[in-house]
Design a protein around this ligand. Sequence first.
Ligand code: PMP
Length: 349
Amino acid sequence: MKNIDFSKLTRPNIHSLTPYEAKELPCKVRLAANESPYCLDITPDKKVLRKLNRYPDPDGKELKKTIAKNFKITPDNILLGNGSDEIIYYLITTFGGHVLYPVPTFSMYGIISQAIGEKHIGISLDNNFDLDLNKMLSAIKKYRPKLVFLSSPNNPTGNCFSADRILKIIETSKGIVVVDEAYQPFSSEKGFLPMLKDYKNLAILRTLSKIGFASLRVGFLIADKGLINEVNKVRLPFNLNALSQSMALEAFRDKKAIHTQIKTLVSERERLSKELSGMKEVRPYPSEANFILFRANNADLVYQKLIRQGVLVRNLSNSIKNSLRVTIGTPEENNFFIKALRKSVGGKE
Ligand code: PMP
C-alpha cells in the first residue's frame, strides 16, 4: 500500500493546530472543565424516542419558542447550535476576519479563526484583567474586524469586563461584537441582553453547558433577525439532534431547580474564594463565574500534586504565569479540593 503523509495534504493554516484534548486522567474530583457538578433527573419525551428514524426538526421550533419566552425576545432572534462552540464556528465562517478578542480568553475564538484561515488578533487585557480600551479601539481602527469576541465573565480570568468599555467597543465597531455570556448565570451583573434593542451589531452567545447540561451540546445566539438570517445560511441542516432538543425543553421546564443549583454554586464560590484568600501561598482573583483563577508558586508542581491526590483542575500556566483554574464543585468536592491544595502548597501531600 502507498505510504501517505496526510499532513502534506492539509491546508497550511491547519499545520500549527493540535487536536483538542480533554484530560481523561482518572481523578475522583474533576474540577477542570467548568461543568456543573449537579445533574438534573430529566428524560426525553417518549414521542421523540419513537421517532429516532426521522430527522429532527431542522429549525428547533419548540426550543426556540421556549427560549424566546424566557428571554423576552422572538424566535427570529435565535440561532441554535450544537454547543456555543459550533456557533462561534458559524459566525467566523459567515462573516470572516479579522477576528479580534482580548487575551487571555476562551481559546476557541483563535483556534476556529485559524482553522478557517481567517486573520485573528489577540489584544492583552490590562493589569486588572479588564479590557484595555485604548488598545482595543486602536486595533478596531487599524484592522476593522468583522467580529469582536468578548467573553464576559471572561474565561479563564473570571471577571466581567467593565460594561462601559464593552459599550464603547460596540459603538465604535463597524463589525459585529459578540458578547459571550456562557457564565452570565453566575454573575451579579445584569449582562447585555437589555442592550440588544439599542445595538444592531451586538450578538449574545449563551449555552446550557455550564448550568448542568454540558453533554447535551446546546448553545444559542441571540441577535438581530438580519444577522441570524446570514448565519443560518451556513448552519448545517439538523445541527441539533432530537434528543438534545427534547432534553433542553425539559431543562427549561425545570428552571427553578437550576436556579437553586446556581445559587448554591455562587455561595460555594464565595466560600472557596475566602478559603483561598486565607492561604498565604496562593492568590485567588475575584470571580463572577463558576470557577476561580488563582496564582500559586510552582503551579506546575501544585497541579501534579493535586492530581496525585485525586483532584483535577486546569493548569493555565502557559497563558498566565503560575496560574490554575478550579471549577466550583459540590460543597464536598470543594472541601476535598481545599484540603488537597493545602497539602500541595504546604510541601506535604
Ligand atoms: N464560551 C466560553 C467563554 C466558554 O468558556 C465555553 C466552554 N468552555 C464555551 C463558549 C463553549 O461552550 P459550549 O460549546 O459547551 O456551549
